[in-house]
Design a protein. Structure first.
Length: 433
């Protein structure tokens, strides 16, 4: 029996891990809680010490240490793996992905498929846009959770308002990130940059795509491409859909760019996911960001279509085994993760119970539902929401066509019957009624 320690193991992913082929040979152990890892300003040093105390006290073999969340989980995995002798990529390769400015510096060494970018001086009395970066643009911290403090701006008035908000909130994640940066020997171009830095990038247009893969013994493998579709006239995701519907030549180009970038980053023995924009009008590809882990959000999609969740790659890399996924061995031709959102503040009412959700899942085949708010919770009190909306539920659907995926999603939304008690006016976006 192999002992696998999962940093931030959550109830949503545990069933998926336990249903993987060969899972009877593994015992999954939680290491640190989601609340400890993601709520408030975390101390990486304290989290590391607490994890080491738990691992040192464990009476058995430590065969793998894994995680599928962003910072600080992504950085704790290589730190702990180095101490306990398990497989992982290097800490430096993780930080080169997670630090958005450093990542851009590395990308531009090997590819041209990225937007114009630059740093914004948050300490200036009158911050200015970086030279050569034009409106519309996105402002974002060098490190953030789930698009937190990321703002699309189209003029100087919106630029200044976004800078003010980022200034106020950047230290929650940026300050703990300094602890990690201090462990590395940084290149000259990163001198004085630090973790509390704001990045400006020209806005990208087109179709959003996510590419997932892994590096094993220095060889880069891409195992899937997914379309990311937004709500109309919004930057908030409506759904991720697998496999991508883009033409095969475009997908091959995405594979090529991904391979070059991951070799430059120096990742090995780890999964990754990269987000892109593809503009059909100009045939241009642009890399949005690199994540130094696979997306746990996509686990069910790969399970529906390929027969095995993408957790399989993460786990087998950590154990030193062959990480290859089967191809199209699942029950569905296509699958989607839907984000049921609300674009105004409110208090959640009629939140379904676990029994209600299980009934809906039984009635609608190839469906799984995770509801986000609790009964009576104010949406603005929820953690890790984007700057423009609130996530109400994640709805996974599998089927033989996009029409079937949409029909199942609509049925789930109706069956959930979530309602909201309005709060003060001026929520995010237009108020839903």
């Amino acid at each position: 029996m192999k002992n696998v320690f999962v940093i931030g193991l959550d109830e949503a992913n545990l069933p998926t891990l336990r249903n993987m082929p060969g899972a009877s040979e593994y015992r999954f152990h939680p290491l640190l809680t989601i609340e400890e890892l993601q709520v408030g300003e975390v101390s990486v040093a304290d989290l590391r010490a607490k994890a080491e105390k738990a691992l040192d006290a464990f009476d058995g073999s430590i065969d793998a240490i894994v995680g599928y969340w962003d910072f600080p989980v992504s950085t704790l995995v290589p730190l702990l793996s180095e101490r306990y002798g398990t497989h992982s990529t290097s800490l430096e390769s993780v930080v080169k992905c997670e630090h958005k400015y450093w990542s851009r510096l590395e990308q531009q060494k090997v590819i041209d498929e990225h937007p114009r970018f630059g740093r914004v001086d948050l300490t200036a009395d009158d911050p200015r846009t970086p030279e050569g970066v034009r409106f519309p643009m996105w402002l974002k911290p060098a490190l953030s959770y789930s698009s937190e403090l990321a703002f699309g701006v189209k003029d100087m008035e919106e630029f200044r308002a976004a800078v003010a908000e980022i200034r106020e909130g950047i230290s929650r994640v940026g300050r703990p990130f300094e602890y990690i940066l201090d462990m590395l020997e940084l290149p000259p171009e990163m001198d004085g940059v630090g973790g509390e830095v704001c990045l400006a990038e020209e806005a990208l247009t087109g179709i959003q795509i996510a590419v997932e893969g892994y590096v094993h013994r220095g060889e880069v493998t891409i195992y899937g491409a997914l379309d990311s579709i937004n709500y109309p006239d919004s930057s908030s995701f409506l759904r991720h859909q697998y496999p991508s519907t883009l033409p095969e030549p475009v997908v091959r180009r995405l594979h090529d760019v991904s391979e070059r970038v991951m070799r430059q980053i120096g990742t090995d023995d780890a999964t990754f996911s990269i987000e892109y924009f593809y503009d059909p009008g100009t045939d241009e590809i642009n890399l949005l960001e690199i994540n130094p882990r696979h997306s746990q959000s996509h686990a069910e999609l790969f399970e529906y279509v390929d027969g095995v969740p993408n957790h399989h790659c993460m786990l087998n890399l950590a154990l030193g085994n062959d990480p290859r996924l089967p191809d199209r061995a699942g029950p569905s031709r296509t699958a989607a993760k839907w984000y049921y959102r609300w674009f105004a503040d409110g208090v959640a009412r009629n939140v379904p119970t676990r029994e209600d959700i299980e009934r809906i899942e039984r009635e609608i085949p190839e469906v799984r539902i995770d509801v986000v708010p609790e009964e009576g919770q104010r949406l603005s009190d929820m953690e890790q929401q984007d700057s423009y909306s609130f996530e109400l539920a994640h709805i996974f659907t599998g089927g033989d066509s996009e029409e079937e995926l949409r029909e199942k999603y609509d049925r789930c939304v109706a069956a959930l019957n979530l309602t909201f008690e309005a709060t003060t006016p001026g929520g995010r976006g237009e108020k839903n009624t």
